[in-house]
Ligand binder design. Structure first.
Ligand code: HEC
Length: 102
């Protein structure tokens, strides 16, 4: 039993050690958001930090961004914003990263 627990703990640590970028960061990379967005600099789209700043204190921020990313379509002045091809939970995780950027 003790061996099992030790093994499990080692497994968890190996996973954590690997997590320089989490699954959500991988998803953001895969969806090529970085073509137009980065955490802190404005490219074609606004930086995550400026989006977080814009939505600061707005209670519907997460819901709004969630639906923008899920449904695509018009986002601000961008007529045809990229849709995120991912599960609801994954899109929520992306929104959380965006809104916690600074
Ligand atoms: C082809 C370029 C492009 C790509 C790729 C892109 N975006 Fe955007 N995005 C934009 C532009 C431009 C805006 C600004 C629209 C405006 O507010 O005028 C924007 C706005 C946003 C906003 C702010 C919306 C708001 O209401 O202020 C979020 C959040 C966002 N993008 C997330 C993402 C995510 C996540 C991805 C990857 C799945 C992504 N974008 C991929 C161009 C892009």
């Amino acid at each position: 039993m003790k061996t099992l627990i030790t093994l499990a703990a080692a497994g968890v640590m190996a996973f954590a050690g690997n997590a320089s970028a989490g699954p959500t960061e991988d998803l953001i990379a895969k969806e090529k958001c970085a073509k137009c967005h980065t955490a802190t600099t404005t490219k074609k789209g606004p930086s995550w930090a400026s989006v977080a700043e814009k939505y600061k204190g707005k209670p519907d921020a997460a819901a709004k961004l969630f639906s923008a990313l899920k449904n695509g379509g018009k986002v601000g002045d961008e007529e045809d914003h990229k849709k995120v091809d991912a599960s609801d939970a994954e899109i929520k995780a992306i929104v959380a990263i965006v809104l916690s950027s600074k």
